[in-house]
Design a protein around this ligand. Structure first.
Ligand code: GDP
Length: 456
């Protein structure tokens, strides 16, 4: 993918202006290049902030770029594991660009996306799950997402997986010993013991898979679409939820121009609310028809559809049809306008029996609606604790390991040979080891690091 032997440079802070901006240089020449940039005659001292003026060469004249503070992290005690110098300058885009250009003149190469973290992976500073956690931490939009990423960066997931892998290894070793010394007529592990141990391992894997369902929602966020006939109060509900909760800024492009969408933090989950109000199915207008098409697409992609009913007017055939339509999928029924006298009771619409009563106008019931959404989305009633596993790639590997363990258990029960059982255990271990990805194929590495921006 990248060469790891040269010296790379990039702006490590986001584009735009700020109090400070950081240029990062990594590789064998990092300290020498930074020293020349600062016009130093002596070497920098590791881990000591060095103040100086960075210069560039302008036709033989030294032209000052900025006053900076440079810190040298000597290999292997650095983010990437090789020599790293971080130069803190004023957060001015032309200043930072000139620092990078001058570092290139002095022998560095512009870094590719994610290349610093890739080096950290190559140098064994981070495993693949931790490198992915760096991207998640940078990309987090809610504090809960950040905490889950931080835990994984700290290695909690790797530790959990390693412990399960160790139990598999231990069992496999004893099965193999039984295989290697058949003449002793002695089994290092009986079939019953092996079965019990595999059951315990399967339970641990099941727990992870279960947690992964919530984890995925925490990491990826959810799309919640408001549905209902005109005037039931979808827009009002949208505003009540979006206005009351802190709207969060994401760099995910808005769903469409025609449907209103806003991403908000509900119990730590990044929930993108989509209001399809104003688009009518029977429209003759080409633009509206396009709006309807997009609204339908939003429906199809929705994690949960909020079916909004008006409690103050009798249910219509349209309401009943919508309840019917959405009955099969993940939906949550909301009865709005409960500040008004009820025109129908929940018994009127069997399908709306689990409805949550709210008033977009008074705000009554909105907390219950938020709680209901969290439960519907995650299958859990609280989301304070960061889930151990959040990434679909990791989850897929854990599921593959679980399936292999299941097959091994069936084989043991069927009295299959140790070889067959061992083959499944090996498969399970390979799946688990792929989470940390110590020997990951290039394709996977490319996929993981393509998510990073330059400078990370
Ligand atoms: P939409 O077409 O489904 O998006 O509905 P709107 O949000 O535009 O609301 C339609 C009408 O119902 C507006 O006049 C709102 O003020 C009113 N409305 C919305 N929510 C409530 C509510 O909780 N109570 C009452 N009394 N009126 C509401």
């Amino acid at each position: 993918m990248f060469s790891a032997t040269d010296t790379i440079v990039a702006i490590a802070t986001p584009p735009g202006r700020g109090g400070i901006g950081v240029v990062r240089i990594a590789g064998p020449e990092a300290e020498a290049i930074a020293g020349r940039l600062l016009g130093r005659t002596r070497r920098m001292r590791p881990r000591v902030a060095t103040f100086g003026t960075a210069h560039r060469d302008g036709n033989g004249q030294r032209v000052a770029i900025d006053q900076v503070v440079a810190t040298w992290f000597r290999a292997p005690h650095s983010y990437t594991g090789d020599d790293v110098v971080e130069i803190g300058a004023h957060g001015s885009p032309p200043v930072l660009r000139q620092l990078v250009e001058e570092a290139v003149v002095l022998g560095a190469r512009p870094a590719g996306p994610g290349e610093f973290t890739f080096r950290a992976y190559l140098n064994g500073r981070l495993d693949l799950a931790q490198a992915e956690a760096v991207a998640d931490l940078i990309g987090a939009v809610t504090p809960l997402q950040a905490r889950a990423a931080m835990d994984q960066l700290g290695g909690t997931l790797t530790l959990t997986i390693t412990a399960i892998d160790a139990a598999l290894f231990d069992l496999a070793a004893r099965l193999e010993a039984s295989l290697d010394f058949p003449e002793e007529g002695f089994h290092f592990v009986t079939s019953d013991e092996a079965c019990a141990e595999l059951q315990a391992i399967a339970t641990r894997l099941d727990d992870l898979v279960h947690e992964g369902r919530r984890g995925r929602i925490v990491r990826e966020g959810a799309l919640v679409v408001l549905a209902g006939r005109p005037n039931v109060g979808k827009s009002s509900l949208f505003n009540a939820l979006a206005g009351g909760d802190r709207a969060i800024v994401t760099d995910v492009p808005g769903t469409t121009r025609d449907v209103l969408s806003e991403t908000i933090d509900i119990g730590g989950l990044a929930v993108t609310l989509v209001d399809t109000a104003g688009v009518h199915d029977d429209s003759q207008d080409a633009i509206e028809r396009e709006g309807v098409r997009r609204a339908r697409a939003a429906h199809a992609a929705a994690t949960v559809v909020l079916v909004v009913l008006d409690g103050s007017t009798p249910l219509t055939a349209g309401d009943r049809a919508l309840l019917q339509d959405e009955a099969g999928g993940a939906r949550l029924v909301v009865v709005n306008k409960t500040d008004q006298p009820r025109a129908w009771s929940s018994g009127d619409a069997a399908a709306a029996g689990d409805a949550i009563a709210v008033s977009a106008r008074s705000g009554a019931g909105l907390d219950r609606l938020r709680q209901g959404l969290i439960e519907r989305l995650t299958g859990h009633d609280q989301t304070d604790e960061p889930p151990a596993i959040t990434n679909i790639r990791h989850l897929a590997q854990v599921e593959a390991a679980r399936a292999a363990v299941g097959r091994a258990m069936t084989q043991l029960a069927d009295g299959a040979t140790e070889e067959l059982v061992l083959a499944e255990l090996t498969g399970a271990r390979e799946a688990l080891e792929a989470v940390a990805g110590r020997r990951a194929p290039d394709e996977l590495l490319h996929h993981v690091f393509a998510r990073f921006c330059v400078g990370k």
